[in-house]
Every structure is written in C-alpha cells, then in structure tokens.
Design a protein around this ligand. Structure first.
Ligand code: PFF
Length: 459
C-alpha cells in the first residue's frame, strides 16, 4: 500500500523480488569506488583517523537518517525521484526541485565516476599484461600518469565502462540490478581481506595503521568537516534521489530502518578494509598518503608485487572493483532512466540509451581533464575535480537537507511512523522516534552549519 499518497501506485511497477535482493541491490549502490578509491584518498589527504571519526559521526547523524527518509518516500510514492516529491508534497509547493537536482547530480557524478571506473578497467588489462606490478613508486606513478594523460585511452575505457553499465540497465530491475549485485559482493570482500592481511604484514606497516586509527584532531579544518560530510552522502548514495528510486522498488514488508543500518555498517566495513589494505602499504613503500585520486592505483600494484601469485590476484582485484563500481553506477543511471521512462512514457531501451549517450558527452569533459583539457579550469578546478567537488560537497548535502526537512516538517510524524513500522507490523516505535527527532533538528542543523562553514560563507 502506498502511504501518504493520494494517487494509486502503478500496478505493473517492478519490485525487487526478495528481501535479500533488496539488501544486495541497496548495498550494491552504496559499495563502489567510494570505498576503494575515494575513501582512502580523502582520508589520506585530510589527516587520517580524525577525519575517519568525523566521517562516522556524519554517517550516523546525517547519512543513515537521510537514507531512511529517501527509501520511505520512494516506497510511499512508488515513483521516480521527481514524481515522488511531486506526489507527496502539498499542492503548489516546489519540492520536486529536490528530485530535479538529483537527476542533475546523477549526470555530474556519472561523468567523473565513469572515468575512475575507466581507469579500473584499464588496470585489469595492464595487470594482465604484467607491466604495472612493482614496489617502486616511480614505476607505478608513470604507469598511472601514462594512462590518465592519454586522451584516447581515457575516452575509450570510459566508453567501454558505459557500454557495460548501459547493457545491465537495459536488462531491467530484477534481471539486471538484482542478480548481478547479489553474487559478486561476497567475492570482493574476501579479496579485500586477503589484500589487507598482506598489507599489514609488510615491514613498516604499523605507521599506516596508526595513521588510520589514531586521531590527531589538530589536523581537522572546516574544509575537512565538509569533505567528511560530502563523503558520507556520496558513500551511502543519498541526497540525490537514488535511494528514493530504489525505495520505490522496495517490498511493503521490508524493514527500512533495519536495511539502512545494515547497509551503512557493511559499507563502513568495506571502506575500513580498503583503508587497511592501502595505508600500511603507503608507509611501507614510501608513498604520500595525500597523493589524491591516484592513491589506489599507485599502492595496490605494490601490495600485489610483494605477494606470491600477485599478478593473478591483482587481475581479480581490479575485476571485482570494476564490478563493485558497476553496482553503484547502475543505481546512479537508474535515477534519470526511471524519470525519463515514467515522465515521457519512453521504453526502458530508449530511456537508457538517451541517458548513457548524455553521460558520454558530459563524461568526456571529465575524461580529458588530465590531458587535452588539463588547463581548462573553473573555480580553479578541472572538470573532473569540479564535478566531484560540487556534487559531494554542495548538491548532495543540499538535497539531504531538504529531504530531512520535508519528511519531518512537511510529511510529518504520523505518516513517517506508519511507513517505518509498515503500518504497525514492526514494533520499532522507539527507533522511529529517534529518527524523527534527528531528522527534525539534528540533521538539518548539522548539514547547514557544516555547509556554511566549509564553503566559508560563515567562519
Ligand atoms: N555510493 C557509491 C560509492 O561509494 O561508490 C557512489 C554513488 C552511487 C553515489 C549512487 C551516489 C549515488 F547516488
């Protein structure tokens, strides 16, 4: 049953088939390059353990409550992000703009995300050829720079990635999204544990663990609070309607708060595993923790170079990372695809093709940011950095802020409580009250302060 919506949900709308499938698809959206590529490099550039702590606080007080809100709204309206906000808001109030900003964010994130996925795809082939396996920072750096500095390679690998994502999206919700993500997550986890064990047994690894787990609060700035909050949004795929869209495929008996907690903590575990795989190696081999977006691509080949059968494991590692990135990309692309399908009555094929081709266009700006367009800067950033920065640190927090305000202040406690308890079938009144209070005050206040402070609007 739809809660709080005056319109009846469409009868034939797709739904995830099983509760495990729901968990896998939602987790498949959260877990991706954010854990394996972004989390380590941002933690490395923002001082390590203290940043990690701020990130966890943002996850608890902002990320999880917004995820619960989005899933709830999506399931209540059973629509794409824009139509959900339209259906559930009082007449003539423009809350649908949140959904529209989400569709824009999906394109901008896909533009740079598909390029990082492109590097991962390229590394699978580099690993097969054997040239990148080295503990020498000079060798791994020149391999990475050679790839990102080459416009043809950057574009072609991005197109390959987008072709794979487009194909899975075309298959639809159940066959494509659900079945692909369910099988692959556990294998990735196993391999990350293996890399982690090798990394912490390297000589000199202790420094890396200290960096990751012993906080030094003097390293925190207003900017690092903003970046930690942005990472929490990005990691949990919230603030832009992805979870509204996925929530619209949720079953009526799904426990939404329970699912959100499980997804968030499993996601955190994957990020920590990636950190444990990378930081000991950073210090053992003499890399810089603040190397930026290249960090993963420099350190991982060195870890594998120092273990038996390293090359084979490295090939598998990058294949699984590519697969994890695809789960996340599918959820990003699903936001505009669901919108185009429902708004303009397009077939899934047409909606998918239009979306992917548009991403190819915007994405080429990000793909060429280290080569042809390296000198083109807006606000001092390349297109790649600009798309990355503005989505995580501005668009997603703003989306999350308004979603929190909408569900607590406008939709209200009664509807929220009915939706989160599955109309009284779950006995989770205590947790519902905690969520309500958090969404009413804590989340909006925190997001506002961190945003204004981090963007230097107030100091
Ligand atoms: N959560 C994904 C990751 O960490 O890789 C990225 C992402 C997916 C962000 C979907 C936003 C989104 F809507």
């Amino acid at each position: 049953m739809s809660v709080g919506s005056s319109e009846k949900p469409p009868v034939n709308r797709a739904k995830f088939a099983t509760n495990l499938g729901v968990l896998a698809a939602t987790l498949g959206s959260a877990v991706g390059l954010g854990n394996i590529w972004k989390f380590p490099y941002l933690t490395g550039s923002n001082g390590g353990a203290a940043f990690l702590l701020v990130y966890i606080i943002c996850m608890l007080l902002i990320g999880i409550p917004v995820m619960v809100s989005e899933l709830t709204l999506g399931r209540a309206a059973r629509s794409n992000a824009i139509a959900t906000m339209q259906k559930l808001s009082p007449a003539r109030q423009p809350w649908w703009l949140i959904g529209a900003a989400g569709v824009l964010a999906a394109f901008l994130i896909m533009a740079f995300y598909s390029e990082v996925a492109a590097w991962v795809f390229a590394y699978i082939f580099k690993a097969i050829q054997g040239g990148i396996l080295s503990t020498d920072p000079e060798v791994t750096k020149s391999a990475f720079n050679g790839l990102v500095g080459n416009p043809t390679q950057s574009l072609i690998w991005q197109w390959i990635d987008l072709a794979v994502v487009g194909f899975i999206i075309l298959l639809g919700v159940n066959k494509g999204i659900e079945s692909a993500t369910k099988k692959l997550m556990p294998i990735l986890l196993g391999l990350l544990i293996l890399v982690g064990i090798r990394s912490i047994t390297l000589p000199g690894a202790g420094q890396g663990l200290t960096f990751l787990f012993q906080p030094d609060f003097t390293k925190l700035t207003a900017a690092s609070f903003l970046i930690a909050m942005g990472l929490a949004f990005f990691k949990l795929s919230v603030g832009m309607g992805t979870m509204i869209t996925y929530g619209s495929y949720f079953r009526d008996d799904q426990d939404i708060p329970g699912t959100a907690f499980r997804v968030a903590f499993s996601d955190l575990a994957v990020s920590l595993l990636a950190g444990i795989a990378i930081f000991p190696a950073v210090f053992a081999f003499g890399y810089q923790p603040n190397a930026g977006p290249s960090l993963l691509f420099l350190t991982i080949p060195s870890v594998f170079a120092s273990m038996p059968l390293g090359n084979i494991f490295m090939v598998i590692f990058f294949i699984l990372t590519a697969i994890a990135s695809i789960g996340a990309q599918i959820s990003l692309v699903e936001v505009p695809v669901a919108f185009l399908e429902e708004k303009f009555h397009l077939s899934r094929q047409k909606a998918s093709i239009i979306t992917v081709l548009s991403i190819v266009l915007v994405g080429s700006l990000a793909a060429l940011s280290n080569s042809t367009l390296a000198d083109v800067k807006l606000f001092g950033m390349t297109f790649f950095d600009l798309f990355d920065y503005t989505t995580s640190n501005i668009l997603l927090p703003l989306g999350g802020l308004f979603i929190a305000i909408f569900i607590s202040w406008i939709w209200g406690y009664k509807k929220l409580s009915a939706a989160l308890s599955n109309n009284g079938q779950l006995s989770n009144q205590g947790i519902i009250k905690v969520f309500y209070g958090t969404l009413l005050v804590v989340t909006p206040v925190l997001v506002t302060i961190v945003l204004l402070n981090g963007l230097k609007i107030i100091q």
